[in-house]
Ligand binder design. Structure first.
Ligand SMILES: C[C@](O)(CO)[C@H](O)COP(=O)(O)O
Length: 219
């Protein structure tokens, strides 16, 4: 976002982006507990939001690591201590505030049926492969492409397993849980996301988020 405030803490219509995201899980009937893994220097602020906004399902706010990949094990250690191996974990980006209960439920059903679930939307533009970022001579068939979102979900024992396998295989970074599943030899199963579940990445996305809030009557 090119600003001093991390994008999950931007205040949009009087509420931080992260609170919109947490409220989506708070509202979802099937969600029992929420664990927040936060930038370490912001954990106190997150705890204050949790109190002020009545986010009663938040059980813990845990300091994360230097990247998303490093942060998941911080949450994982807590989960392994507090939950049972068969419990279903949905891993979500704090900067996807328009997550719906339908997508949450589809993830849970996907894990129950296939063992894991990755939220995806189809590619709707022409896709070109590039080696140099400037030119291309290869079309990528878009029907073969799934654009991933979050949640990305699996049972706790599977999450522990892929992080153990990553350690053994010397994998020290991966873009997301779905990429780590594939890199550690697993097949991932898609469930339908939706375009409103986009990730706030650039300043224009804030205007888009506000437009969705208006359209959904959420502001
Ligand atoms: C996990 C993710 O949202 C799936 O699309 C995405 O990979 C996150 O990317 P970021 O660069 O960590 O925001």
């Amino acid at each position: 976002m090119r600003g001093p405030v991390p994008r999950q803490f931007l205040v949009v219509r009087n509420k931080p982006v992260l609170v919109y995201t947490l409220e989506a899980f708070q509202r979802a009937v099937a969600v029992e507990d929420i664990i927040v893994v936060s930038l370490p220097e912001w954990t106190g602020i997150v705890e204050q939001y949790v109190k002020d906004c009545g986010l009663t399902k938040v059980r813990s706010v845990i300091p994360g690591g230097a990247s998303g990949f490093d942060s998941i094990p911080c949450g994982l250690h807590y989960l392994e201590e507090q939950y049972s191996p068969e419990d279903i974990i949905l891993i979500h980006d704090g900067v996807r505030p328009l997550l719906t209960e339908e997508v949450i439920n589809a993830n849970i059903a996907g894990v129950e049926k296939y063992g894991n679930a990755v939220t995806v939307v189809p590619a709707t533009e022409a896709l070109l492969h590039t080696d140099d970022g400037e030119s291309s001579s290869r079309v990528v068939e878009r029907s073969h492409i799934m654009r991933t979102q979050t949640p990305q979900s699996l049972r706790l024992c599977e999450l522990s397993l892929i992080h153990r396998q990553a350690d053994e295989m010397g994998i020290h970074d991966s873009v997301a849980t779905c990429t780590l599943l594939i890199e550690t030899g697993h097949v991932v199963h898609a469930v339908a996301g939706d375009n409103s579940n986009f990730k706030l990445t650039s300043p224009e996305d804030v205007a888009l988020f506000e437009a969705y809030l208006d359209a959904k009557g959420m502001s």
